[in-house]
Design a protein around this ligand. Structure first.
Ligand code: GLA
Length: 678
C-alpha cells in the first residue's frame, strides 16, 4: 500500500466531541492487570466519578501479537465492561509504540538521531515518522481497530497514537532525507530557491542536485541555520501528515471526534501546534508541572492559556496530568494536599472542559512504576484517593461552566518558528532563551492579575488593548505588518529585544535592528551587546537589567530609561513611540522581575487593560469564564493564608450564596457565578 499517496477524505466530516458536564478521566492500561483488578477498577471509577477513559494507547503488541494476526478479546472485554458501567471511552488507535516483531522484521523503521546512531526498541516510540514500512503497518492496525469499534456507542473520542513527536520528532535516517527533499520541492520548487533560502553561498554549501541535500546530522562545525530551521518545519509537518493518515482511516469507519494529545510544556518544542490545531476535532493537551522551573504554577497557567489559543478560544481538554509526582524529572516532587485540585481547576478556569490524568492505577512494573496515578500503590485508604473522589464531585458541581469562554484584554504573540530560529546553535548569547523571555512577560502580566490570550503571529489583534511580542526573533513581513497596523489603528504594543531580526528564511534584515519593527518603534540598533552571566546593570529609572544590552538610537521614540553603567552608559534601554493612534514600547534588555512588573503596570494603565485579579506575586489567581447567562469567576488561592475578595452570587464549589465577600481558604479554589443582567 502506498501510504504516502493516501488522501485525506475531506468530504467526511466528524461530529464534535460532546460530553455532559466536565469530563473527568484518565489513561487506563488494563493490559498490566488481570480481570479481578478490572472489576475493581470500574467500581472505583464510578466512585470517583471518572467518566472518560483512554485505553489501547500502548496496545499494539497485545492486539496484533504476530504480523497480521489480531486478537481483540481482551479489548472487547474491557470496552464492554466500561460501557456497562456508563464510562465513555477515548479510544487509542494503539500505534504509539511498535511491537517487537515489527522492529525485528523491519529494523529500518527505527529512528536515527543526529549523530547518525540508531535508537533501539525497549523504550517507546521507536519509529521514524517518515518510514513507509511503519506507516503501512500502523495504518493497517488503525483500519482493524476502526472497523471493529468505529460505531460502538461507548466510543466518545478517538485518540490518535500518543503524544506524537514526544521522543521521535526529529529522525535523521535516509527515509527521512527522501521525505525532506519532497517537502523542500513543494516549498521551494527549485534547488536554486533552496540555495537562496538557506544562504548556501556561505562556507561552500551550494547544492547542485536534490540528492545532495541531507537531514542536518551533526557536523564538525555549526550547521546551516536555514537547513536546521526547515528541518524543524518539515519534521512538524511530517508528523502532522502522519496524524492526517490515521484520521483518514478513522473517518472511513466512524463519525466520532478525533484528536491527539499535544505537549504544550516547557521542555518540548518540536511541533508547531499552530499548524496542527485546526486539524483536530478538539484540542487536547498534556501538562506536567515542571519543578526545574522557577515558577511551575505560572508556567501551568501559561500552558493552559496557550492551549486555549490553539483552540481559538473554544473549550479544550486536559488529556494528561499527574495526580502526584512524575518519574522523569531529576527530583519528582509529590503534590501537597489540594494542589492537584488547584491545578485541575486552573486548567478549567483557563478554558478546559475536561480534566484527565496519566494514569488510572499506578504500575507495578516498567519505567513508570514510580509515576503517580489516581489509584496509588498504597490503595484507596489514602489522602490522594480521597482528593481524587472529591475532585470528581467538584467537577460535577462545575458542570454548568462547560462551553463558556475566557475573555482577555491582552495578548502575547507566540511562535514555535521563532523559538527554533532564535534558540539556534550560533547566536549572540547562549543565555538568551526564547521561552524564558516569553515566560518573563507572561509572569509580569500574571502578577498584575491580567488575563492573557496567547496568539499566533499574524492573528487579527484588533480585540486587544495590549499586545506583547517577546523575543519574536523570526517574523515574516506580513506578520510584522499586522502588529504595525494594530498599533497605527490605536493599539498598544510592547516589543522586547531580539525581536524582528530575521525573516522567515532566517535572513537578517539589514539597515539596523530590529528590522521588522524599526519604524514602528522609532528606533534603530547598531550592535548587540550581550552581558555576561551574573552581570547586572542599573538604569536611570532605578531598574536592574541583565542578560542583554544594545547600541540603540532613537529615531523618534521617547526615551523612557537609559543605562547608567555597563558597556553602554547613557544609551536608551526602554523607549516609547507614538505611532498613528497607538503606542509601541521597546524593551532592549531583561529587567529584574519586579522592575518588569513596574514597566508592565505602566503600559497596562496607558492601554487601559483591566485586571481581573488583584496584583500580587501570583499567589491569588483570578480568571473569568463568560457564558451565555452568567460569568464564572475562578479564584485560586495558592497561598497559605485565607483570603477574602468582594463577590456577589453563587459559589459553585461549596454551593453557597455569597454576598459582598467570598472567603477562599488557603490552598483552595472558589468559583463564583455572577448572573448577567438579562
Ligand atoms: C506522557 C505519556 C504518558 C506517560 C506520561 C508520564 O505524557 O503520554 O504515556 O508516559 O507522559 O508523565
Amino acid at each position: 500500500m502506498n501510504t504516502r499517496a493516501a488522501t485525506h477524505d475531506a468530504s467526511a466530516t466528524s461530529t464534535p466531541f460532546v460530553h455532559e458536564g466536565i469530563a473527568y478521566g484518565c489513561d487506563y492500561n488494563p493490559e498490566q492487570w488481570g480481570p479481578e483488578v478490572w472489576a475493581e477498577d470500574v467500581l472505583l471509577m464510578r466512585e470517583a466519578g471518572v467518566d472518560l477513559v483512554a485505553i489501547n494507547i500502548f496496545g499494539w503488541s497485545h492486539i496484533e501479537p504476530r504480523p497480521g494476526e489480531y486478537d481483540f478479546d481482551r479489548l472487547d472485554t474491557i470496552i464492554e465492561l466500561l460501557h456497562a458501567h456508563g464510562i465513555r471511552i477515548n479510544l487509542g488507535t494503539g500505534t504509539s509504540s511498535p511491537p517487537p516483531w515489527l522492529t525485528t522484521l523491519h529494523p529500518e523503521i527505527l529512528p536515527i538521531v543526529e549523530d547518525g546512531t540508531t535508537r533501539y526498541p525497549g523504550g517507546r516510540q521507536a519509529w521514524c515518522p517518515s518510514s513507509p514500512v511503519f506507516r503501512e503497518h500502523a495504518l493497517a492496525l488503525v483500519e482493524k481497530v476502526a472497523e471493529r469499534y468505529g460505531r460502538h456507542p461507548a466510543i466518545a473520542l478517538w485518540h490518535v497514537s500518543n503524544e506524537l513527536g514526544c521522543h521521535n520528532a526529529l529522525c535523521y535516517c535516509d527515509d527521512t532525507a527522501g521525505a525532506f527533499r519532497v517537502w523542500l520541492q513543494a516549498r521551494y520548487g527549485t534547488i536554486d530557491a533552496v540555495n537562496t533560502a538557506w544562504g548556501t553561498s556561505f562556507w561552500s554549501q551550494r547544492y547542485g542536485a536534490w540528492d545532495e541535500i541531507l537531514t542536518p546530522r551533526l557536523t564538525l562545525s555549526s550547521r546551516n541555520p536555514g537547513q536546521v530551521l526547515d528541518f524543524h518545519r518539515f519534521s512538524s509537518d511530517e508528523l502532522l501528515d502522519y496524524y492526517r493518515r490515521e484520521t483518514a482511516v478513522l473517518r472511513r469507519h466512524s463519525r466520532v471526534a478525533v484528536t491527539t494529545n499535544f505537549m504544550v510544556t516547557a521542555h518540548i518544542r518540536n511541533m508547531d501546534y499552530w499548524t496542527w490545531a485546526p486539524e483536530v476535532d478538539i484540542v487536547a493537551n498534556d501538562h506536567y508541572l515542571d519543578h526545574r522551573l522557577a515558577e511551575p504554577a505560572t508556567e501551568l497557567a501559561f500552558a493552559a492559556d496557550l492551549t486555549r489559543g490553539l483552540a481559538q478560544g473554544k473549550p479544550w481538554l486536559l488529556m494528561e496530568q499527574a495526580a502526584g509526582s512524575v518519574n522523569w524529572q531529576p527530583h519528582n516532587l509529590a503534590k501537597a494536599p489540594g494542589e492537584m485540585t488547584r491545578n485541575s481547576l486552573t486548567h478549567v478556569a483557563r478554558g478546559a472542559d475536561g480534566i484527565c490524568f496519566f494514569q488510572w492505577r499506578a504500575s507495578l512494573q516498567g519505567s513508570e512504576k514510580f509515576h503517580s496515578a489516581l489509584v496509588p500503590h498504597a490503595g484507596t485508604d489514602t489522602v490522594l484517593w480521597r482528593e481524587v473522589v472529591a475532585l470528581g464531585e467538584t467537577l460535577d458541581r462545575l458542570a454548568e461552566v462547560t462551553g463558556s469562554t475566557v475573555v482577555a484584554d491582552a495578548a502575547i504573540i507566540f511562535s514555535w518558528e521563532s523559538w527554533w530560529a532564535g534558540d539556534g546553535e550560533t547566536r549572540p548569547s547562549q543565555s538568551v532563551r526564547y521561552l524564558e523571555q516569553v515566560h518573563a512577560v507572561y509572569a509580569a502580566l500574571h502578577n498584575l492579575g491580567v488575563t492573557v490570550d496567547i496568539v499566533a503571529p499574524g492573528t487579527d489583534l484588533s480585540r486587544y488593548r495590549l499586545v506583547v511580542a517577546p523575543a519574536l526573533h523570526l517574523v515574516s513581513d506580513a506578520d510584522a505588518q499586522t502588529l504595525n497596523d494594530y498599533v497605527t489603528a490605536g493599539g498598544h504594543a510592547l516589543v522586547t529585544f531580539f525581536s524582528g531580526i530575521v525573516d522567515e528564511n532566517d535572513r537578517v534584515r539589514p539597515g539596523g535592528y530590529p528590522g521588522a519593527f524599526r519604524e514602528m518603534l522609532g528606533i534603530t540598533v547598531e550592535e548587540f551587546s550581550p552581558l555576561l552571566p551574573g552581570q547586572v546593570l542599573t538604569l536611570d529609572s532605578g531598574a536592574a537589567a541583565s542578560l542583554w544590552s544594545e547600541r540603540l538610537r532613537s529615531t523618534g521614540a521617547e526615551v523612557m530609561a537609559s543605562y547608567l553603567d555597563g558597556p553602554l552608559p547613557g544609551v536608551p534601554a526602554i523607549t516609547r513611540n507614538r505611532r498613528g493612534e497607538g503606542e509601541a514600547w521597546y524593551l532592549a534588555t531583561a529587567l529584574e522581575s519586579g522592575d518588569l512588573i513596574d514597566l508592565m503596570r505602566t503600559i497596562c494603565r496607558q492601554a487601559r487593560v483591566t485586571a481581573v485579579g488583584p496584583e500580587g506575586d501570583g499567589t491569588i489567581e483570578v480568571v473569568r469564564r463568560v457564558g451565555a447567562k452568567a460569568t464564572y469567576r475562578f479564584v485560586i488561592n495558592h497561598g497559605a493564608e485565607d483570603v477574602d475578595l468582594p463577590a456577589e452570587g453563587r459559589e459553585l464549589v461549596t454551593g453557597q450564596t455569597v454576598s459582598r465577600v467570598v472567603r477562599v481558604p488557603a490552598g483552595t479554589v472558589r468559583v463564583i457565578r455572577e448572573d448577567l443582567a438579562s
